[in-house]
Write a protein that binds this ligand. Structure first.
Ligand code: ARG
Ligand code: ZN
Length: 843
């Protein structure tokens, strides 16, 4: 089955109200539905068909008359009256047997749901599509103490609870939770004066890990009021933590359900990075209340309408709360690590895809992160004021709608008078545009001429020019900024821009703040990069200058055995000792390109990447950095010290990040002595894990790993770190063996997505280990994907992307990876999720 965007047609009926009763039982839950349908005047004639999968139909009726519908594996079809009618059904489902974690399932004895995108059809018969919206009334019958659903509480009694969600919503936003849970309560008063009860629900014992999520929620609610003018619209907002969850979290109306890793936080068990991620995910799901729930998507092709915008909003939130430049650099790192490989490989698809077999395969970095970049470009092009004018119009015009990208762009066109027809290509053209510029200077006029092109992607041979906002500043020969940042709008394949009245030829700082998700192809001379590293006023480009010097130095090491670039290391050393720069920024400056990034860069240059050579060059660079900067490490370590009590804010986290980076260099010099001391003296998880990482890298981890296990064996989230770290940071010679041993560990549990990802994801992320020449890494991952696919296709298919770069490597590795993909493809009963992924990768 392939579904096409162009085939969209509205559903023939509206659901005027939905009433559901759940009689919960692990093996035999009964779901009784009462749905009031009325013909949808705008829709084409069609059969009455309701989605439904893996349901046992007990009975069905229309207007009180029993019916015998035609039931297929996809749903139910029947004759219906021409006017409004009441459809009732009773079905039986088995949440305890639901290992796919989609629909109603059980996690540690607790009932929970995940309905996005198409999980509701595993709960009852329903038009399970986002453009069908209805108010829901839900009655839950169970002896469990806590029974939750969307909206406001109507009545809670002995063995039952009733909930009413007055806001019409699509079925993918439905949620139900039942279990032995405890709440961490809070309160928020909206700007308009509504008192909102807030709760974070967790298993008994996890209460102390809730306060941070609660504070993050309140901060998010305030931020959305202050920045976007959006207020919360119910009297209660519940968040529930669940251990078994395929994704990060889910924005169900009034009842957000979270992977416990995205909500539970404490200084002892969570790193600074965990805190920042949790804060961002809480914000993300909360922000969906307007961008996703009040305004939803017409169909799943429009997924980026809610996800791109909501990611952009959560990124802005973090930038506001913490450091904007540091956040921007982190986001670009992530975009390049996760989205660029997608755009540049067999899985390339537009931000708004035009067809799919399984929508779960399109919750991708392209839809989410590139989708957010597209919003960022739009904001840069129209300016902040017009951006918020357009957003106000969007909320006013489309509140209550299931909208499209066309609706979204029309709002910007109407609010700003701009023609966005060319800009719209960002939604339809896959692939990363390549940008190159030439310079000329004569009579005080400096001219930049840009060339753009986008390489072909599967199914898209020809690409038209994009609208690329290029933020540019000019520096004078002595390093002063002579022209401040301005945004050049590149719209043609070739286009020039001039700057007049300059007394000398300037040095351009191009694509400041990474103003567009493109690859800048220029071979900028090394001297120019060194100059930008020393003088650029744009923090992103300063970082970028160093990063590109690092990349080039490493590539020269890989291809020619060259020594690490001393001039770059000295210039970077200078920057590192600038005490005026925030520690978090300097910690980022200390980062070097990941091995997978080098593989991509080499491939782009037409060189077949050799994972072992890349690993060797990376190790050598780290060793050289440590030796070269030995003298300044103590001062940096001193600066990184935090005397105050632990708080996970930007300032302290930045210092700890710098401290961890320094410790990693120190370990290269002392073989682990400082790291051992740091491990023993750690007072929070950030320090403990940083020290443990150093010890793993240094191959001196045996005792520390044992001690860590003894301390944390009963904490699942911390144990995920323990599992993952010792594989992710292991040398290429031992990564596969360690994985083989850890999948046999009594605490390995393939049915828990977090644990599965911690172990197999770590292997896939260990570049040289995974790409071991004998193919054992490939085989091990494929074995586990095949096994998981029969129980949890969604998580299995998502992890199969580890193979998406297979055509980059040498013939031997290509053949080995291809063979594994073919072995997966040949598995009888392969899921739709996995078969789509594998066939796209095989091309
Ligand atoms: N809408 C959720 C979020 O981004 C993601 C849920 C995706 N679930 C899925 N099964 N594909 O916040
Ligand atoms: Zn989202």
């Amino acid at each position: 089955r392939t579904i096409y965007l162009q085939d969209y047609a509205p559903f023939g009926w509206q659901v005027q109200s939905a009433h559901l009763t759940f009689r919960l039982a692990p093996e035999a839950t009964r779901v009784v539905s009462r749905l009031h349908f009325a013909p949808n005047p705008g829709a084409p004639a069609q059969d009455f068909f309701l989605h439904g999968e893996e349901l046992t139909l007990i009975r069905a009726s229309i207007d009180g008359e029993e019916i015998t519908p035609e039931v297929t594996p996809e749903g139910l079809r029947c004759e219906v009256p021409s006017g409004p009618f009441l459809f009732e059904a009773e079905v039986e489902i088995a949440p305890a047997k639901n290992t796919a974690l989609e629909g109603l399932y059980m996690s540690n004895g607790m009932y929970c749901t995940q309905c996005e995108a198409e999980g509701f059809r595993k709960i009852t018969y329903y038009p399970d599509r986002p453009d069908v919206m209805a108010p829901f009334e839900v009655r839950i019958e169970s002896d469990l103490p806590v029974l939750l659903s969307n909206g406001d509480k109507v009545e809670i009694g002995e063995g039952f609870a009733e909930w009413h969600d007055p806001w019409p919503k699509p079925s993918y936003l439905f949620a139900l939770v039942a279990g032995e849970l405890v709440n961490h309560a809070g309160q928020f008063t909206t700007r308009g004066g509504r008192d909102v009860e807030l709760n974070v629900w967790v298993r008994p014992g996890d209460e102390h890990k809730c306060p941070f999520a609660m504070e993050s929620l309140k901060t998010s609610m305030r931020w959305d009021e202050d920045v976007y003018g959006r207020e919360y619209d119910l009297d209660i907002f519940n968040i529930v933590a669940v251990d078994d969850f395929n994704m990060g979290a889910m924005e169900n109306k009034g009842l957000n359900i979270f992977n416990s890793s995205a909500v539970l936080a404490s200084p002892d068990t969570s790193t600074d990075a965990d805190f920042e991620r949790i804060e961002a995910i809480i914000a993300h799901e909360y922000f969906h209340n307007w961008t996703g729930n009040r305004i939803t998507c017409r169909d799943w092709f429009q997924l980026c309408l809610k996800e791109g915008l909501t990611v952009f909003r959560d990124q802005s939130f973090t930038a506001d709360l913490r450091s904007a430049p540091v956040k921007r650099i982190s986001d670009v790192l992530m975009l390049r690590a996760r989205q660029f490989p997608e755009d540049q490989g067999p899985l390339a698809h537009p931000v708004r895809p035009e067809s799919f077999q399984e929508i779960n395969n399109f919750y991708t970095a392209t839809v989410y992160e590139k989708g957010a970049e597209v919003i960022g470009m739009l904001k840069r092009l129209v300016g902040d004021e017009d951006y918020f004018k357009a957003l106000d119009l969007y909320f006013e015009r489309h509140d209550g709608d299931a909208a499209t990208i066309e609706d979204w762009l029309a709002v910007f066109e109407d609010a700003t008078g701009r023609d966005l027809s060319q800009f719209k290509r960002w939604y339809s053209q896959a692939g990363t545009p390549r940008l190159r510029y030439e310079e000329s200077f004569a009579d005080g006029t400096y001219t930049l001429t840009f060339h753009q092109h986008t390489p072909p992607t599967p199914g898209q041979e020809e690409k038209a020019p994009q609208v690329i906002p290029v933020a540019v500043g000019l520096l004078g020969p002595n390093g002063d900024e002579v022209v401040e940042t301005r945004v050049l709008e590149v719209t043609e394949a070739e286009q020039s821009f001039s700057f007049e009245g300059l007394s000398a030829q300037p040095v351009p700082s191009v694509l400041r703040g990474f103003s567009a998700p493109v690859v800048l192809e220029n071979d900028i001379p090394r001297e120019t990069r060194l100059f930008l590293l020393a003088h650029d006023t744009d923090p992103f480009n300063r970082w970028e200058a160093s990063r590109s010097l690092a990349r080039e130095s490493l590539m020269a090491s890989v291809t020619e055995g060259a020594e690490p670039d001393g001039a770059w290391l000295d210039a970077l050393g200078q920057v590192l000792s600038e005490t005026g720069l925030e520690p978090a920024f300097r910690a980022l400056m200390l980062g070097v390109p990941a091995q997978a990034e080098l593989a991509r860069a080499l491939h782009e240059k037409g060189v077949t990447p050799d994972p072992e050579a890349i690993w060797t060059a990376s190790e050598r660079l780290a060793q050289t950095m440590a030796a070269r900067w030995e003298g300044m490490l103590p001062a940096l370590a001193e600066e990184a010290k935090v005397e105050a009590d632990y708080v996970p804010d930007a300032e302290q986290s930045g210092k700890r990040a710098l401290g961890s980076a320094v410790l990693a260099l120190q370990t290269r010099l002392d073989g682990g002595a400082a790291a051992l001391a740091a491990f023993d003296g750690a007072t929070n998880m950030t320090q403990q894990l940083a020290a443990l990482s150093c010890l793993v890298r240094a191959g001196r981890d045996k005792q520390a790993l044992e001690a860590f296990h003894a301390q944390w064996k009963n904490d699942k989230l911390v144990m995920n770190k323990w599992f993952g770290l010792q594989i992710a940071l292991a040398g290429p010679d031992v990564a596969v063996e360690r994985t083989e041993a850890l999948v046999k560990h009594p605490q390995f549990d393939a049915s828990n997505p977090n644990r599965f990802r911690a172990v197999l994801g770590a292997l896939a992320g260990n570049h040289a280990g995974f790409h071991r020449a004998d193919g054992h890494g490939y085989r091990l991952l494929a074995d586990h994907l095949i096994d998981l696919d029969s129980r949890n296709p969604q998580t299995a298919a998502r992890m199969a992307v580890a193979f998406q770069t297979w055509t980059r490597y040498d013939e031997g590795r290509q053949a080995l990876m291809k063979a594994e993909l073919e072995r997966i493809a040949a598995k009888p009963g392969l899921s739709r999720d996995m078969s789509e992924m594998v066939s796209r990768m095989l091309g």
